[in-house]
Unconditional design. Structure first.
Length: 216
């Protein structure tokens, strides 16, 4: 085919369809059919999900920080325990005396409170002390704090009433007593009993100190 055959003359163009430029755009402001605007419910779900994720992260960080704090406190307790396990022989004498005084003061308060809540305690103390005296004793003079004397008098059996003579001694600490017979005396005061306990606890340390000193 020659080039002249491909040319359409103007007078023949009316029989040919016109070529139109395809519309590749769209009306302004048109929204693509594939994109949907989220509903209020979906927005709320996403907000709640974000809150929960943030809360979980903060909780985990708090757990880590709490574990670190507990570890530090445990280390502090171990240090204190190590210090408390130091032998008494290594402590200063003044410190030991202060500890003993403090322990005796606390014990006295505990005994007073125990007697107030359980008056029968003083009865048991006196009977135990009386059992240590010779059985040949005809009369036992029992010195007590006046308040304890009242409690004991109310609890005496008939046989005890005929042998025991109760005497007031305001100088005695509540919970203690002093027994006197014709041939023996027994100091069962709170101070003496606590001193015996302390002496027993301190005995090993004191003897160790004496032995160490004499060997040098």
């Amino acid at each position: 085919m020659s080039m002249s055959n491909r040319i359409i003359l103007s007078e023949d163009s009316e029989d040919c369809p016109r070529w139109q430029i395809p519309d590749v755009g769209g009306p302004a402001g048109a929204v693509h059919k594939g994109v949907k605007k989220p509903t209020d419910k979906e927005i709320e779900i996403r907000r709640q999900k974000g809150y929960e994720e943030g809360f979980a992260k903060g909780k985990q960080e708090g757990v880590v920080a709490g574990q670190a704090n507990l570890t530090k406190q445990a280390q502090n307790l171990v240090t204190i325990a190590d210090q408390l396990s130091t032998p008494l022989a290594e402590l200063d004498d003044d410190v030991v005396d202060e500890l003993i005084t403090l322990a005796m003061t606390i014990a006295k308060h505990m005994v007073r409170r125990e007697i107030k809540t359980n008056p029968g305690e003083i009865v048991a103390v006196v009977r135990e002390a009386a059992a240590l005296l010779p059985t040949t004793s005809r009369t036992i003079k029992i010195f007590l704090h006046p308040e304890d004397a009242v409690l004991l008098k109310e609890s005496l059996s008939i046989s005890e009433q005929g042998v025991w003579e109760l005497l007031d001694d305001p100088a005695l600490t509540r919970g203690g007593c002093r027994l006197v017979t014709e041939s023996a005396q027994l100091d069962a005061s709170i101070e003496t009993r606590l001193a015996a306990v302390v002496a027993e606890l301190m005995g090993g340390e004191r003897k160790g100190d004496d032995h160490h000193t004499s060997s040098e």
